[in-house]
Design a protein around this ligand. Structure first.
Ligand code: HEC
Length: 227
């Protein structure tokens, strides 16, 4: 039995280390996103709706949840984020028909609800900044992270008139937004964690004092059974 577990562990660790090596030849820049930065999430949401939602859906997210989490009024969300005729309770779909997309791009642009969970924020951040000119491609660009990606460099117009740092910040905001979309509960979970640890700290002090109280009698021999 024990031997089996050992073999399995050894196998698992070999597989893991191979994975690490496979990812190793690709350099990913640090996204440095901060999910508690509401202004960044707001900017990311706006940019996403303007530059990405034409092709990508985020089917696990609803407009009114975004309004609530990002401190946006419903009217602001309706005006800046929603397409005409949509309702606040609806999920974020894309205007692009699936069949058309497959014909135009060769693949259907994937739903991005969970992409930050699947690929990580560093991957997205590097991918969006990783387009380079390549005339052999249909859209004239290729990508250093996703070789032969069939996605055009949609952020080229955002780059205009911006410094590299400003553009990087915009991409960071989009990445931050996708990280939030992947796990909206993270906003509460991480701040709740601090309170849980504080609570456990207080409990530790109380239990220690209680232990001292009990052991006082045991140590000094004045313990006696109840009458
Ligand atoms: C014109 C349509 C179009 C637009 C606009 C667009 N994308 Fe894409 N995107 C695609 C296509 C097509 C793919 C699939 C690429 C492939 O697999 O070759 C893709 C792939 C991706 C992937 C990789 C997903 C995966 O799991 O491999 C990410 C991340 C992504 N897009 C993010 C974005 C973001 C963020 C924006 C907005 C800034 C955006 N896209 C705008 C068409 C688009």
């Amino acid at each position: 039995m024990k031997k089996h577990i050992k073999i399995k562990l050894a196998l698992a660790s070999t597989l893991l280390s191979f994975n690490v090596f496979a990812a190793g030849d690709l350099h990913l820049d640090h996204a440095n996103t901060d999910i508690s930065d509401t202004a960044s999430l707001q900017n990311g949401a706006k940019l996403f709706m303007n530059y990405c939602s034409g092709c990508h859906a985020i089917g696990f997210m609803r407009y009114n949840r975004i309004a609530q989490d990002l401190n946006l009024s419903d009217s602001l969300v309706a005006e800046h984020l929603m397409f005409a005729g949509e309702k606040p309770g609806e999920t974020i779909t894309t205007a692009m028909p699936k069949e058309g997309a497959a014909k135009w791009f060769g693949v259907t642009p994937p739903d991005l609800s969970l992409v930050a969970r699947a690929k990580g924020t560093d991957w997205i951040y590097t991918y969006l900044r990783g387009f380079y000119e390549d005339d052999s491609k249909v859209f004239g660009v290729n990508n250093k992270v996703l070789e032969n990606a069939s996605m055009p460099d949609v952020l080229w117009s955002l780059k205009e008139g911006k410094s590299e740092a400003e553009f990087d910040q915009d991409v960071r905001d989009i990445t931050n937004f996708l990280d939030y979309v992947g796990e909206p509960a993270k906003l509460i979970r991480t701040s709740l964690g601090v309170w849980v640890l504080l609570f456990l700290g207080v409990l530790l002090v109380l239990t220690y004092l209680l232990k001292k109280e009990y052991w006082k009698d045991v140590k000094y021999g004045i313990w006696r059974p109840r009458e």
